[in-house]
Structures are given as C-alpha cells and as structure tokens.
Design a protein around this ligand. Sequence first.
Ligand code: AMP
Ligand code: GLY
Length: 436
Amino acid sequence: MKILVVGSGGREHAITWRLSKDEEKHELFCAPGNAGTTSIATNLKVGAEDVQGVCEWAKENKPDLVVVGPEAPLVKGLVDELEKLGIPAFGPVQDGARMEGSKRFAKEIMDAAGVPTGMAKTFTDAAEAKAALPEYGLPVVIKADGLAAGKGVIVAETLAQAEEAIDDMLVANKFGAAGAEVLIEEFLHGEECSILAMVDGENAVLLPSSQDHKRVFDGDKGPNTGGMGAYSPAPVITSDKLPMIKEKIILPVVRELKKRGITYRGILYAGLMVNNDNSYPHGPAAKSGSDINVVEFNARFGDPETEAVLPRLGGNFAAALFHAATGCLKDEDIVVKEECAATVILASGGYPGSYEKGKVIEGVGEGVGVGEGIVFHCGTKQDGDKVITSGGRVLSVTGLGKTLREAVDNAYSRVSKISFDTCFYRKDIAHRAFER
Ligand code: AMP
Ligand code: GLY
C-alpha cells in the first residue's frame, strides 16, 4: 500500500515504524516526519497542519491511505477534505474530533450515552462559576473547554486556586477562545490508564492498555508534561474490565455520535480513572457510582502511549488501519503479542518550560530489536550527518520483554547509550505497576 502518515512526533515515528514491519512492504511517506522517519519513509516538505498542502499531495499521488497522527489537523477538518477527494483516511472527521476539541461537547455526548464520568457543568460567567464551586468539594477540577496545549486543566486544592483558575480563563482570557467556556468537574480519585480503541464508525477493537507518566519528575512530582514515559499493559486494568470499557464507554459514544450524524473512524482514546472496587484509599470513585470513569477523550493515538502499544501489535497493521478507515474493522485485525513494553522519554533540560535546541545527539543509530530497544524520534532534526534536538521531548525509547521488569531494563539499557547536552529522563517508568 501507499500510505501517508501526517505528523512529526514520536507517535508518528512509531506508526510509520510499525507499518514498515508489516510482512507486505508498503510505500511510506510522512508529512513532515522527523530525522527518525527518513530511513523508513520519504519525508515531505508539508506541515502536519497544512490541510491544503496534504490534500494537494494526496490528489496528485493518490495514496491508498492517509493516517493522521495529531489532533490539530483533525480538528481543522483534514479528514473531511480527504474524504471529498475519495481518499481513505484514518482519523475522525472534524465533528468527531470535537470529542477532544471541546470538553463540553465530550461531556454532552457522555451524558446522553450514559457513560460514567465525573459530574461537571459548563460556565461562561465567572461569578456563576464561583458560586457553583461549593457543590464540588475539594480538590476540584477547572477545565478550559477547548484545546489549550495540555495546560487547560487545573486541579485546585483550595477554593482560592479554583477561583483564580476561573478568573484566568473567563476574565483574563489566558487561554483565548479555548477558555471562553470552563467546566467545573468533580475530582476523581484513583489511578489513570489509557485505552486506545480502534473504531470503524460502528464497531471497535480495544488495543492493549497502557499508562502514561504525565509529571516531569520521578515520583510523579513537578508540572504536567505531554508524557514522560509509558508502559503496556497497565495492570490497573485487569482483563475482566475490558468488556465493560468497550460496552459501557467506547461503543455508547460511537453510537451516540452516529445518532447525531457523525461517523467516528480512527482512534477513540479514553483516559480513564480506575478505582477498583471503589477501594482507592483517598476516597470514593465518583458520584457516578462506577469504579471506572472517563477523565477525557482524545481523537487520536496517545503520545507516548503509541510508542509502547504499537510494538506489541502483530498482524497486518496497515490492513487494520485501512479497515477502520473504510468501515469494515474485525476483531482479528488486531493481534496482540504476549510481550510487555516500556517507553522512556528523553527530554531537553527545562522542559516543559523553555529549553534550548540544536544539541547534537550521540548514540541514536538504528538499534532495533528485542534486548536492545527501539529508538523513536520526537523532537529531532537532521543537520548534515548529525541528528540534533529540536523539541522538548526529544526521543522515545521503547524496550520489550517477557515481563514488565525485562521491558523496563531493556529500555533503560538502550537509553544509557544515548547522550546530548541537558538530556534528562524519568528513572521510575512503570513504578505503579511494580508497587502493586
Ligand atoms: P485532561 O486534559 O482532561 O486529560 O486532564 C489532564 C489531567 O488532569 C488528567 O490526566 C488527570 O491527571 C487530571 N484530571 C483531569 N480531570 C480530572 C478529574 N476529574 N479528577 C482527577 N484528575 C483529573
Ligand atoms: N499522553 C497523553 C496524550 O497523548 O494525550
């Protein structure tokens, strides 16, 4: 197949890499890709958010499939435009991407579909929002409705912090249009995990579970990031919970969207708060009464979850994506290997705040294979014969193993061979699984 992958991060490198591992050899392109994708695909000089540029290339080159990685082009309607050209695209149409692009819309769909989630209400007036705070207790969660580059969620420990967050969004316009509406949401106690469901408009197949590490430092300390590592499977989700997640969370959303005329195809990513038997020591799960509640939906593969999940998939990955994109996905399309995976993100000093770019990276090489680790590029650039840093999250290194311990050891052993000035990474990936 001729396949175009849209995006330039670790997620897109992992998607392209996994496609390159299919038995059938594909012709692969990335728009724009990164230094890591050059050896397995042709990088195009087309940005991921350049809807017109991607469509022009697609019109001329007629790919069999376009796989859209990041949320921004989905929210901009790239898939709608590709559909008009008759080109199969993996990813939801613009209206479907609102599951990620508008937290109010996602809540509306969840409420209509009876999906367990935190109690929440939307406000545009600061005084009304503040007056509602006492109903929610503490901590309480204040969320900007729109996309705010991962910064639009504030978990407030005190009433003063909650009021400040409301003022920041509704009065000071700190998040612009994204914060013109805010959600006040009940705080959910428990442990988070990510379920990526592949959806074809009607049916869904769950990919293996995973857990992200959002905080920048060991022990889940410091500010939130795009993700500092991940591992799969996540033992907090026992296999007996998976049917409930599919039947009570994923499929009701897909059906509710369909009822509204939205055919959702692509990945529906459910960020879940798990509080098994409602026994989490800090408090009950949620007013919903369910021990698994939705924290958020994303309209795409997670990053770095993808780097941990995709190496565990066997079978014909391109066929699975194509079947989802064309409405004929089958359970057999997803083949899961009995392996564990752990992913460590190597970041630039200062991230998630400001950081320097252009540092020469040593030791990236090819390095693919069990016992070595797979190096996915996130924020890198080719500079002559050198690879240099060009982002906050620079590399994503995945180890595989029969056990999670082996996977983690393999990942860190590969990490130890890489260096660049200011590099740092978390040393406790999968700690929650080991603490169990
Ligand atoms: P979101 O962008 O909605 O995923 O929120 C970012 C992060 O904030 C989540 O991954 C959680 O760690 C935290 N969070 C969001 N909503 C809640 C909630 N209702 N209860 C507890 N933590 C939350
Ligand atoms: N790792 C979190 C996300 O992709 O949104």
